[in-house]
Design a protein around this ligand. Structure first.
Ligand code: TEU
Length: 566
């Protein structure tokens, strides 16, 4: 297998708790995933990325791990895992685990021991600090730094017992590991080798660019305002590349060519991404950047969404394609378990649901990089349409609601922001069929299935050659069949056009041209496709397409065409 096999692969992300329940407890599980492998094989994906299934109190739906080498009973057993892995391999697919090692659960034995005493041998496995100078423990403002956590509130929590604070960039039940401590690194590497020896094919590494922080951690002056943005101090720190190169030596060496590794790196720049993914540096194969999924965040942040500015989005895509053209590699995604559903966010889930879902898929999948399909994206699943805070389960949404209400933001504006951007939009059960709970469970689902599962479901699309699912299947097949998709260069076309997303891929004389109308109005895209063959479009087999003229491609609303010249 070529060492960069993953450049022509497609990865499918499974969020186990919402994928398929097998025992009627209303939460997805490993046996449920096994029962749905036919769907993934039919789709044609190469790799399955499992969001965390480890033992966890579920404070952040499993991204708070209490035992890295045990399966949470919610999802099954290690035997269930081994059986799933064997099934995945038997079908010629690979399986990647979610590695969450910037932090553990506060119920992990490592933290319990660390917390037990300031003199514990594991005290400096985590970040502990006295109250800020001049403050008493527990006094407002006594936190060692006034950083805001990702989930609202301070990033430090007081341990009453010792009078010291511990750092948690996310939930208080997710204390940050101290990667400066070589014992921590060794323990993580040993755990990673244990999973690889078990047959796992790689890792998605959660917030891996947060493991190196700027030291000394607590010397900075308080940031302006009550809680401030400590990101420049706790992200992309001075040793992040050193740690990843050490991880590569200690864990991946000798297994090159078989594995795929992707770092989740919020706030990463193109310069850092080249350093993370340049194969000569032996760190990770690719990273998830966030610029294109932060593009619609408003002045008040994520839950203050703004209409999509396609010119800005295209400029971001263009910059990332150019930055990693020679060294490094892009991941390509719209959706994951933290993002709203792209057809509702950047498409039109009312008047042009299918065409816009397919158009967005085409402009993503035919770029240079490895595409990631998030469960349900392939059938065009939409946002959940929640209208009350009582419908939400995600800690990020619930804390943001309280924080924004405390800032006197009108409730209807907060609920509009959550309805558009909450992570729960991605966590409603996969819509398998039109039966109660969409075929996800025979019990009561932990989060209700969206009502449109009555018509929007995998069963209704499987035999329909014009379905969203069939279109994703064709895009994935194109990547496997035509070299220019995986390995061609990238040229953005019409960068300033506010409605058309068009680009060219070229390899050894073969040219692929993608022309998409990402608007609700007909357009005449000034793109020359003379002599090229139309190999794919998103309007269904029965549609009559207007012939492209000299230098013009006429497109209906959301119409997308792919041309090939070879
Ligand atoms: O997300 C980290 C991250 O990138 C955050 O910005 C995240 O997108 C969050 O939604 C804040 O908006 C990773 C996981 O993907 C996320 O599910 C976890 O909650 C988080 O780390 C902590 O492990």
């Amino acid at each position: 297998m070529a060492s960069d096999w993953w450049k022509s692969a497609v990865v499918y992300q499974v969020y186990p708790r919402s994928f398929q329940d097998s025992n009627g407890d209303g939460v997805g599980d490993l046996q449920g995933i096994r029962s749905r492998l036919d769907h993934l094989e039919w789709l044609g994906v190469d790799v399955i990325w499992l969001s965390p299934i480890y033992a966890s109190p579920q404070a952040d739906n499993g991204y708070d791990i209490a035992d890295y080498q045990a399966i949470d009973p919610t999802f099954g057993t290690l035997d269930d895992f081994d059986a799933l892995l064997a099934d995945v391999h038997a079908r010629g697919m690979k399986l990647v685990m979610d590695l969450v090692v910037n932090h553990t659960s506060d119920e992990h034995p490592w933290f319990l021991e660390s917390r037990s005493s300031p003199r514990s041998p594991k005290r400096d496995w985590y970040w502990w600090s006295d109250p800020r100078e001049g403050f008493e423990a527990g006094q407002p403002g006594a936190e060692p730094t006034n950083w805001r956590s990702f989930f609202s509130g301070p990033a430090w929590t007081l341990d009453e017992e010792s009078g010291q604070y511990f750092l948690h960039l996310f939930h208080p039940k997710q204390p940050d590991l101290n990667w400066e401590n070589p014992e921590v690194r060794e323990a993580v590497y040993a755990m990673m080798r244990w999973w690889l020896d078990r047959g796992v094919d790689g890792f998605r590494m959660d917030v891996i660019n947060l493991i190196s922080k700027v030291l000394p951690l607590t010397d900075g002056e308080p940031l302006p305002g009550g809680l401030g943005n400590g990101f420049p101090l706790y992200a992309n720190g001075p040793r992040v590349h050193e740690f990843l190169q050490e991880m590569h030596r200690e864990v991946f060496a000798g297994r090159e060519g078989e594995l795929i590794t992707v770092g989740e790196t919020p706030g990463v720049t193109t310069d850092h991404a080249v350093l993370f993914t340049d194969p000569a540096r032996a760190e990770v194969d690719m990273v998830f950047q966030f610029e294109h999924v932060d593009v619609d965040h408003g002045p008040a942040g994520k839950f203050d969404p703004q209409p999509l500015d396609l010119v800005r989005l295209k400029a971001i895509v263009h910059r990332w394609q150019e930055a990693l053209a020679e060294r490094g590699w892009n991941s390509l995604y719209w959706d994951n378990h933290d993002q709203p559903r792209v057809v509702s966010r950047f498409g039109d889930d009312r008047d042009h649901w299918a065409e816009s879902a397919k158009a967005l898929a085409a402009v993503l999948h035919l770029q240079r990089g490895t595409p990631y399909v998030y469960q349900g994206e392939e059938i065009g699943m939409t946002n959940a349409g929640f209208t009350s805070i009582d419908q939400y389960r995600d800690v990020e949404a619930l804390n943001a609601y309280d924080e924004l209400r405390a800032l006197d933001m009108p409730e209807d504006r907060i609920l509009d922001g959550l309805a558009a951007m909450s992570r729960d939009n991605a966590r409603t059960p996969v819509q398998w069929d039109d039966s109660p709970h969409a075929g996800f469970t025979t019990g009561t689902p932990w989060l209700p299935a969206t009502a449109n599962h009555a018509w929007l479901n995998a069963a209704a699309q499987r035999e329909d050659p014009d379905s969203v699912a069939a279109f994703y299947r064709e895009l994935i097949a194109l990547r496997h069949r035509i070299q220019v998709v995986a390995h061609g260069d990238f040229t953005m076309l019409l960068p300033e056009d506010p409605r058309v997303f068009a680009y060219r891929r070229e390899l050894d004389g073969t040219r692929l041209t993608v022309v998409a109308n990402l608007s609700g109005e007909p357009v005449e895209a000034p793109v020359d496709v003379h002599g090229a063959s139309l190999i794919l479009h998103n309007r269904g087999a029965a549609a009559t397409l207007t012939t492209a003229g000299a230098g013009i491609v006429p497109l209906e609303p959301w119409e997308t065409r792919v041309y090939l010249t070879d």
